[in-house]
Design a protein around this ligand. Structure first.
Ligand code: ADP
Ligand code: MG
Length: 647
């Protein structure tokens, strides 16, 4: 006896749900097993290509046995090693399984009174395929030999107690799955799954597009050929057995678009691309010309959990005449569209041409550029016609588009700038540059932006208050990359981007400017004294930038902004540089609101108590640093000075 192993805990709970399932479409187990067999054949095909073996007679066979009450599904695909048996059939690696269980439970409850009328195909959606066998089988035996291994193995389980794995003999490579069907009961006649007519129906219904032949031995009546004297007698028949291919083998993407339902597209996505949510959009098109191909592309509705890790595999599946030649072909997608899933099938790519060959490369480039155009057109139309979906998309993958604008040094800006979305001061929704420009007052040439960590904080910044008081909308930049993106775009529709916390904003009338200049001149000595007290700043000046707040820090007109300085310093820290990089500091200017109470206090004290002016200046500077999002250099000193001034 082989050692009994326990299923991993989550698998066990899931299996329990399967075994005791009230799921009405139990029949889908067959589709799941066939889809696994088809995947295994794909993998074998790729293996054969790599090892220069001619793959031949790839097929899936089905054998019902009424006497033994077994249904056998066999493939001559890649097979599984002992470890793979353990990993693939003993554990659930998918994050979707938990969600699946919850959905199943919920559905059970929802359907209590309705006899499962609205049951959707959740098993397919959640990709817990193999275990679905236990909906109809009381025992499952898997015999398998991996193509590159000597030893074959048998896996066996009743879906309850656990499973066993032991060595066995196996002819050839691939996998044979033997289901011993449950006993019939009043609810379900499991023996139906041994009926060849029933099986043929199920294959037509669920697996017709599988690209490998699904074969079964069927009986057929054939007239007996009559010779000589028997010629006038009634025709006689004999029963012959023959292997019949049950599916038409036309893959989904080779069928006319008009005949494919959205449900079929969604189903294909969910069962092939490791995502149990529906795609946000499906792009299906056909190109004839220099290089002809079909493409079936999907934009996922959420970001895969591993998207920013090295485990994420970008790329499209590449087929040549319906046969897969590469599983993740990265050259079919520009980097920034690496969230796109799907496949390309081209008859112009010959299997014999090695991928390195120039010709081939050129074709892939042509395909890639068509795909890029299509995806961008789809995003554009989604943005216009279905803003809600576009917001979802932006939330999931917007960052990649922004990075592309920046990384391409602006080369991609024309095609991408109208897809970018930003927070702004007038609403909680996101806005595009185009719509934002439309909000600007007639003669306003600049597009102002302010940066920070989240839009609520930014919207409270002194400078944003000021711009609002002038009825000028502001972009609120929440991502580190945003400012770099805007600087790369430089101008949109002849509107320059201007950091509202940098330089002179030119918001005032001539009179106001004149007044401010006079105030600055009048208080030249005081301002100079303050500057002397603050070695960190290059200038102290009165400003009309402030409405309610007494002070703020602004960066010099030229050069870096504070956000950029912070980013560079963080990067330097990551590189273990202890000192800030020289020159990587924005120029700091302290601006004071001439209408603030504290300004009057400073002026009074300037004649009587210079030490107090110095202390207040330092506190004001520290406050301005806090507002600008910098850490205080000396928090204890700050707190003492505040306490002294209060006391
Ligand atoms: P999925 O197909 O979504 O990965 P399944 O539960 O259907 O999930 O299958 C689990 C895993 O078991 C597969 O990913 C595959 O590695 C392995 N497997 C199942 N059936 C076969 C088969 N016939 N040949 C080779 N491997 C298989
Ligand atoms: Mg599967």
């Amino acid at each position: 006896m082989a050692e009994q192993k326990q299923f991993q805990a989550e698998s066990e709970r899931l299996l329990d749900l399967m075994v005791n399932s009230i799921y009405t479409h139990k029949e889908i187990f067959l589709r799941e097993l066939i889809s696994n067999a088809s995947d295994a054949l794909d993998k074998y095909h790729l293996y054969a290509l790599e090892h220069q073996i001619a793959p031949s007679d790839l097929a899936i066979t089905i054998e019902p046995d009424l006497d033994k009450r077994t249904l056998t599904i066999r493939d001559n695909g890649i097979g599984m090693s002992e470890q793979e048996l353990e990993e693939n059939l003993g554990t659930i690696a998918k994050s979707g399984s938990l969600a699946f269980k919850e959905q199943l439970k919920k559905q059970k409850e929802d359907n209590k009174d309705q006899e499962n009328q609205n049951e959707v195909d959740i098993i397919g959606q959640f990709g817990v395929g193999f275990y679905s066998a236990f909906m109809v089988a009381k025992e499952v035996t898997v015999l398998t030999r991996r193509v590159d291994e000597e030893q074959a193995y048998q896996w066996h389980s009743d879906g309850k107690a656990g499973y066993t794995i032991e060595p066995t003999d196996y002819e050839g490579h691939g996998t044979t799955i033997i289901l011993t069907l449950k006993d019939d009961d009043e609810n379900e006649k499991y023996s139906e799954y041994l009926n060849t007519w029933q099986i043929q129906d199920l294959i037509k219904k669920y697996s017709d597009y599988i690209r490998y032949p699904i074969q079964m031995e069927v009986e057929r009546q054939q007239p007996i050929e009559q010779v000589g004297e028997q010629k006038d007698e009634p025709v006689q028949y004999e029963t012959i057995k023959e292997l019949k291919t049950l599916n038409s083998m036309v893959p989904l993407w080779k069928r006319p678009k008009s005949e494919i339902t959205q449900e079929e597209f969604d189903q294909y996505y969910q069962s092939h691309f490791n995502d149990f949510t529906k795609p946000l959009s499906t792009i299906f098109f056909n190109v004839e010309g220099n290089v002809s191909f079909n493409a079936l592309l999907y934009i996922p509705s959420k970001r895969p959990e591993n998207f920013y890790s090295r485990y994420y595999k970008p790329g499209l599946q590449l087929f040549s005449r319906s046969v897969m030649i590469e599983n993740n072909c990265e050259s079919l997608l520009p980097d920034y569209l690496r969230f796109v899933k799907g496949l390309v099938d081209s008859q112009d790519l010959s299997l014999n041409i090695s991928r390195e060959m120039l010709q081939h490369d050129h074709q892939l480039k042509l395909i890639r550029s068509r795909i890029e155009k299509k995806v961008l057109a789809e995003l554009k139309s989604m943005k216009e016609k279905d803003p809600e979906s576009y917001a979802k998309f932006w939330n999931a993958f917007g960052l990649d588009l922004k990075f592309e604008v920046y990384n391409s040094y602006g080369a991609s800006k024309d095609k991408l700038q109208d897809l970018l979305m930003f927070h702004y001061s007038e609403s909680d929704d996101l806005i595009s540059l185009k719509d934002f420009v439309a909000l600007l007052p007639e003669d306003r040439k600049e597009i102002f932006y302010a940066s920070g960590n989240d839009e609520t904080d930014i919207s409270k910044l002194p400078i944003v208050t000021k711009l609002k008081s002038k009825n000028i909308p502001v972009l609120l930049l929440t991502d580190e990359i945003d400012e770099f993106v805007l600087r790369t775009i430089d101008q949109y529709d002849e509107h320059h981007f201007v950091n509202a916390a940098q330089g002179d904003l030119n918001l005032d009338s001539e009179e106001e400017k004149q007044l401010l200049k006079e105030q600055n001149d009048e208080n030249k000595d005081l301002l100079e004294f303050m500057k002397e007290s603050l070695p960190q700043v290059s200038e102290v000046r009165l400003s009309s930038r402030l409405v309610d707040d007494p002070v703020m820090l602004v960066a010099g007109e030229e050069g870096m902004s504070f956000e950029m300085e912070k980013l560079f310093n963080r990067m330097a820290q990551q590189d273990n540089q202890e000192q800030p990089i020289p020159g990587m500091q924005a120029k700091r200017i302290l601006e004071i609101n001439p209408n603030a109470k504290v300004w009057a206090v400073l002026r009074t004290n300037f004649t009587s108590d210079k030490d107090k002016v110095k202390a207040i200046s330092q506190v004001l500077y520290d406050q301005a640093c806090l507002i600008a999002g910098f850490n205080l250099e000396d928090p204890i000193g700050f707190s003492r000075r505040v306490a002294d001034l209060l006391g």
